[in-house]
Design a protein around this ligand. Sequence first.
Ligand code: SF4
Length: 457
Amino acid sequence: MRCFKFVTLGCKLNQCESDELAGRLTEHTWRSCEPGEAADLVVVNTCTVTEKAAMQSRQAIRRAVRENPGAFVVVTGCHAETDAQAVLAIPGVGAVADRTAKVHLAEIVAQLGAPTHQGPFHFRGDGEISFPAPSKARDPFAGRTRAHFKIQDGCDAFCSYCIVPYARGPSRSRRAEEVLEGIRLLSGLGFREVVLTGVHIGRYGLDLSPPRSLSGLLRKILGLSLPLRIRLSSIEPLELTDEILDLTQEAYGRICPHFHIPLQSGDAGVLERMRRPYRPKDFARVVGAIHDRLPDVAIGADVLVGFPGETEAAFENTFRLIDGLPLSYLHVFPFSPRPGTAAFGFPERIAPEAIRARCERLRILGRQKRLSFHRRFLGREVEVLTETSRDPQSGLLRGISGNYLRVRFSGEDSWMNRFLRVRITGTGERLLEGKGVALQEGEPENALSQPGPPRKS
Ligand code: SF4
């Protein structure tokens, strides 16, 4: 049986799509290569969110060609979408698949028969876009406790710095029935956490007929009463509605008290030029409301530094806003102009050394925020989902709490892929140390509590 490898760059959505494609390939007489085995097919799932990501995607393609002599190399993902000709020009590329064709990649490759060096081909899909469900034939996520599940793709927002709407097209949602079926299947495969992913999940359901909402979908998922918890991937500040917060409060622990919210800038003028639909005070209000209702919640934010026209004063506005908010961590990105976006032509570009210095200041602030968030849990119990592999350095078990604390602790293999109450005994910037106190069966309970007697061991 022929074997395949995946090389995936970029976001969780890409990882999710690669997992789904791998699952579908196994339904067409393919299998995943063993470590060190020569691949017959390599799929490179690319990213283009920044100029650097596009460059890294091209490097990964060249490496895939070089390291897999004789393999048929198919390139898909955002960089293949926005710059197909550049990708097709890379020697050794067998095919480029656009966003419509890639969901049918397994069938297309199957039709090609034996891997071939004819081409390169440019697979372009036609007709309705469909979303494959996770494969029943094989567990494409083998060895994991947490699965990513795509509920939505595409974006209509056209922020001035972002290539994604051009690369992925308009927002399209997966039908609720398909989502429920997929999540049931993942639960049956043993997953204990499902991360709902998409490009713009706050717009979930608005394109369906009749329109649906993310909170409605969450309610339906909770209605399945499965022994897993749900985490939301990144959600826009104005789309984190009261209904979603109500549900997170009602189903605390079954919906993870963890929100990742793109801020991008804390300066009103910069946000306007970014074409972001909120102002700093709106962001502060949303973060404050979440924190008031869910005090142990983890709130992360993306920040884009050095947007054209970001003066020192504008940057200080961003710094001050973040400094004053109860955020748990930051993801800091330097701005890089993407050809094809509106911001590519904006004047008043910021010098690279100024961008680097600003990024560094924010990263230091982000580390301080993470550490002080961690310290709040010292001596308390948290519920973690234990991973199926041990920490390679220490050999300890490791797990993640609903509010995104990464904890290491000693314990038996039989604790893997289970919900476990852990008392926090030490904190660091990245990791916390703990001691397992009680295993928990069935559905996750409240993710956090004060110390109490073990219920079951
Ligand atoms: S919301 Fe803005 S930044 Fe996010 S994918 Fe859409 S256009 Fe890009």
